[in-house]
Structures are given as structure tokens and as C-alpha cells.
Design a protein. Structure first.
Length: 270
């Protein structure tokens, strides 16, 4: 279970560039839940993922995962509990190392790094079997440098690496945004299948309204560092892309209103 309580994060405080990225965000995610996060640019959605991952310290609040308070843990220590796939297909892997070597490192997430004897024959066979499930024809290319692959192939392998040890939490930060439509669809299908198969607790940020409505069992919309809407159960199941677009339009209209009127509308829609 993931629980974040009253997270605050301000970048460049006390300067003209001050940004209040998180303003008291609280969230509880039950084991096996798949949460989709949407919001306009600057709404705080990626900041929330980075805060949970430990990319930077928060100014206030607590983060608890799997019964452990990880608020002050460094990012590398949280890696023993968290798997992550970034937006850039070239992040999260070592491009000059082979497919097999990258996946072998993933089998040791949270442990002391180094290949050593990890590329044994049994492990190579296991790697080949797992990669075969991607249906990308990569199982016979274990010794190819991962940097030589296409963005879609590399992102699929990164997803496999992030979920290899069934992490307590999987973070997906717009992980198909940089892919062409065909590759994005393929990676999304893999994402759904892996999360369903292993019942992974997942936070996924996306700009795609189609992904937002068709994936996950819960959906939150963020705005200016706060959670504006939280849809789950039957309400999440009924939501359509046009419903989400209408809510975005409401936010835009509210931004153009007198602050007092905007506050009244916000109370109505939260």
C-alpha cells in the first residue's frame, strides 16, 4: 500500500521563479490498484511521481510504502521497492550494454550492482523466455546493445526490467509519449498485461485521454499542485474522453474568472 500525506514541494522558493508544485497532496493507494494521473502542464503530476520515487526531498509531508516510511530515503534505497519507466525510451537503461546485461542488472534491483556470475546459462534462458513474451523477436538478440533498438523495443524492455521483481510500486511517467502510435499501442498492451498478471500497484501519468479512460481502476486529475477530481469504482468505469475534456474546459474557464468566483466553482467541482 502507498500512502502520501500532505505533501508540499516548492521549487526556487523566495525567487521570481518560485513554483509551488505540490500543495498538500494526500493519497492512499491500496495494493493492486492501478491509478491514472492526468492534468495540464505544470499541474504537479510528474512532480508527485518524482516525490514518491525520491528524485528530490519534499518540503513537508510523509510517504509510506509497504508499511515503511520512506520519506527521507534516498532514491537508490527506494529502488528496492519501486520500479519505474520514464518518458524518454533512452532513460533507465545502459545503452552500450547488451539486452542480457541490462536485464541481468534488473534482476538485482536494490542489491549491490555488478554482473559477476549473474549471466549464467539458466539466467540467459530465463531472460530469453521473458523477452519472448514481448512478441518483438528480441529473444535471439540478447547480445545486441540495447542502444541499437527502436524506441518501442527499448521501452518494452524497460517495462520488463522495471517489473521483473514485482515491485511494491510501479511508476509510469508518460512512458508512451515519445513513441509512434503503433509502438505506443504495443507498449500499452504490454503494460496492461504485466500489471494485470502480477497485480502490480501502479501510478501512471498520461496526457492521453484514451489511455486515461481505458486503463486503471482509479483516475485523478491534478491542477496547480492539488487533486481536483478523484474518480474510482463505477464513476471511473463510466467516464469517457469527452467527459475529461469537459472537466479540463471547466478548469480553463475558472482560470479566467475573478478569484472569488473561481473559488466558488472549485468547491462545486471538487
Amino acid at each position: 500500500m502507498l500512502e502520501v500525506v500532505d505533501l508540499l514541494k516548492t521549487f526556487h522558493p523566495g525567487t521570481p521563479n518560485e513554483v509551488r508544485a505540490l500543495r498538500g497532496v494526500s493519497l492512499r493507494l491500496e495494493p493492486g490498484s492501478f491509478l491514472i494521473i492526468i492534468g495540464t502542464n505544470g499541474s504537479g503530476k510528474s512532480t508527485l511521481l518524482n516525490a514518491v520515487a525520491g528524485t528530490f526531498p519534499v518540503d513537508h509531508g510523509t510517504i509510506t510504502l509497504a508499511g515503511q516510511t520512506i520519506t527521507r530515503w534516498p532514491e537508490h534505497r527506494r529502488a528496492s521497492l519501486i520500479g519505474r519507466v520514464f518518458q524518454n525510451p533512452f532513460s533507465g537503461t545502459a545503452p552500450n550494454m547488451s539486452i542480457a546485461e541490462n536485464l541481468a542488472l534488473a534482476t538485482r534491483r536494490g542489491q549491490r550492482r555488478g554482473l559477476g556470475r549473474t549471466l549464467s546459462r539458466p539466467l540467459r534462458e530465463e531472460l530469453r523466455d521473458r523477452i519472448r513474451s514481448l512478441n518483438m523477436g528480441l529473444e535471439n538478440r540478447l547480445d545486441n546493445a540495447i542502444g541499437s533498438l527502436s524506441g518501442g523495443q527499448r521501452q518494452a524492455l524497460t517495462l520488463l526490467m522495471a517489473s521483473w521483481l514485482k515491485p511494491e510500486l510501479l511508476l509510469l511517467d508518460e512512458h508512451t509519449a515519445a513513441l509512434d502510435p503503433k509502438s505506443a499501442d504495443q507498449v500499452i498492451r504490454l503494460t496492461h498485461d504485466i500489471i494485470q498478471r502480477d497485480r502490480l500497484t501502479t501510478l501512471m501519468v498520461t496526457h492521453s485521454m484514451q489511455q486515461a479512460v481505458h486503463l486503471g481502476d482509479r483516475l485523478i486529475m491534478m491542477h496547480r499542485g492539488t487533486i481536483l477530481h478523484d474518480l474510482h469504482g463505477p464513476e471511473k468505469a463510466r467516464v469517457r474522453p469527452e467527459d475529461l475534456l469537459r472537466r479540463f474546459d471547466e478548469v480553463r474557464r475558472r482560470e479566467q474568472l475573478d478569484p472569488g468566483v473561481a473559488d466558488l466553482l472549485q468547491r462545486r467541482y471538487i
